[in-house]
Design a protein around this ligand. Structure first.
Ligand code: GDP
Ligand code: IMO
Ligand code: MG
Length: 429
């Protein structure tokens, strides 16, 4: 039976959480495979609003939810998020929630370093979420991470701590900070260990069992392809691979299992943090998009930068991530615009480009080439069927899919779970 991999096809905040929550009722398991609590997803179900950062969005429907090895896990953030959701009536227990025992931990020293680096970076500031994501991934690749399974062996941590502290103490000294307090760190870990360990297991094994039983697995990506550490707007990216290929390595199932790749695409463009953004609008149109779309970050509350839909970027993301079909979200935010624009190419020093170049200077310099379309009378907000959409809105959707060379599988017309139009069920072969 088919599995589905959900990824963001822009700079994050495309509405992945809403779509994963909607799809979760058709899935038997939902797996996060990269990123950490830098993600922020808002789910709206009737009167209830759920904000998730680290937990898979499937947890709200009670679907088996798994944090894969590709995630970096802050144990204290995990506990706080579980407590918050439990208070909202979401049931989370060792039956419906599991964490990969080989998942690397985000420690307080990672958060410290993230902050210290950003403060010192001057004009090179990335504007990270400040949650220690980058430093934690560096330690994983540097083979000095403390992982979930280590929490069961805290008395045998000396050689790992030697390696970890040799690295961090040197960096901290450079920032005028005291060395890592090893005893305090171990004590903090000892305190949180039982909480994390109740959910820890070899999830690759559990997923394999689930797969063999013919269950449907939904892989949940965080961030977006343009924040991918290889393919994104480097260096203004996050520190993980956000592309669909990561679903396999970040969960412990092979690439043959990732199934239908559903790219989540906002009907316009937003970005939070620094970095190039060709279609950014710093005028009243950008302002209006931000207000209508409530474009404030879930994690940091930062205002998101807004601009017209960039078909060049999304075409590139869809190609790089092998997107089978897209979910077009927030179409309702474009309701009431007399004219809407789509970027169809770039001009760079007299040349026309049909792709986004790799160098940051070129990325900053490209000028968008726009195509203008009439907006629509009437509203798409809350539409649940194709027939509810104004003809001109359908034309916009059709133009988008033509330009990005990828079909539309779903359309989302409000934050509410059920305000979703199904064009092609991604779980059906
Ligand atoms: P994610 O990080 O990709 O999960 O997206 P976020 O949750 O950070 O940001 C998307 C925001 O848009 C959230 O506040 C959602 O509730 C909201 N949203 C999702 N889909 C729609 C939609 O179709 N229309 C409108 N108006 N809002 C939406
Ligand atoms: P979701 O899953 C939007 C951005 C940060 C910063 C850069 C690096 O909600 O779509 P990091 O803390 O990861 O080292 O920051 O990446 N960023 C996001 N932007 N949505 C996200 O997640 C993001 N996660 C990280 O703003 O520019
Ligand atoms: Mg978000």
């Amino acid at each position: 039976m088919a599995n589905v991999t959900v990824i963001g096809a822009q700079w994050g905040d495309e509405g992945k959480g809403k779509i994963v929550d909607w799809l979760a009722s058709r899935a038997d398991a939902v797996v996060r495979f990269q990123g950490g609590h830098n993600a922020g997803h808002t789910l709206v179900v009737g009167e209830q609003v759920y904000k998730l950062s680290l937990l898979p969005s499937g947890i709200v429907t009670g679907t088996l939810s798994i944090i894969g090895n590709g995630v970096v896990l802050d144990p204290w953030a995990l506990k706080a998020e579980i407590e918050k959701l439990t208070a909202q009536g979401v049931e989370i227990n060792a039956e419906n929630f599991a964490i990969a025992d080989n998942c690397p931990l985000i420690l307080p020293l990672h958060r410290d370093l993230d902050g210290l680096r950003e403060q010192a970076a001057g004009s090179g500031k990335i504007d990270t979420t400040g949650r220690g994501i980058g430093p934690a991934y560096e330690d994983k690749v540097g083979r000095r991470a403390i992982r979930v399974c280590d929490l069961a062996h805290l008395d045998a941590l000396d050689s790992q701590l030697d390696r970890l502290c040799a690295h961090h103490d040197a960096l901290r000294a450079g920032f005028g900070q005291p060395p890592v307090d090893r005893a305090a760190l171990v004590e903090e870990l000892r305190e949180i260990a039982p909480y994390v360990l109740q959910f820890a297991q070899p999830v690759w094994k559990r997923l394999n069992t689930v797969r063999k039983a013919g269950a449907r697995i939904l892989f949940e990506g965080a961030q977006g392809v343009l924040l991918d550490v290889d393919h994104g707007t480097y260096p203004f990216v996050t520190s993980s691979n956000t592309v669909s290929g990561t679903a396999a390595s970040g969960s412990g199932l092979g690439p043959s299992q990732t199934g239908f790749v559903l790219g989540i695409v906002k009907a316009y463009t937003t970005r939070v943090g620094s970095g190039p953004f060709p279609t950014e609008l710093e005028d009243e149109v950008g302002q209006r998009l931000g207000e209508r779309g409530h474009e404030f970050g879930t994690v940091t509350g930062r205002k998101r930068r807004c601009g017209w839909f960039d078909a060049v970027l999304v075409r590139q993301s869809c190609a790089i991530s092998g997107v089978t079909g897209i979910a077009l979200t927030k179409l309702d935010v474009l309701d009431g615009f007399e004219k809407v624009k789509i970027c169809t190419g770039y001009r760079l020093r007299g040349k026309v480009l049909d792709y986004f170049p790799a160098h940051a200077a070129d990325q900053a310099e490209v000028e968008p080439i726009y195509e203008e379309m009439d907006g629509w009378n009437g509203t798409t907000a809350g539409a649940r069927s194709w027939a509810d959409l104004p003809a001109q809105a359908i034309k916009y959707i059709q133009r988008v899919q033509e330009l990005i060379e990828t079909p539309v599988a779903l359309v989302s017309t409000s934050p509410e779970r059920e305000d979703t139009i199904l064009v092609r069920d991604p779980f059906v072969d």
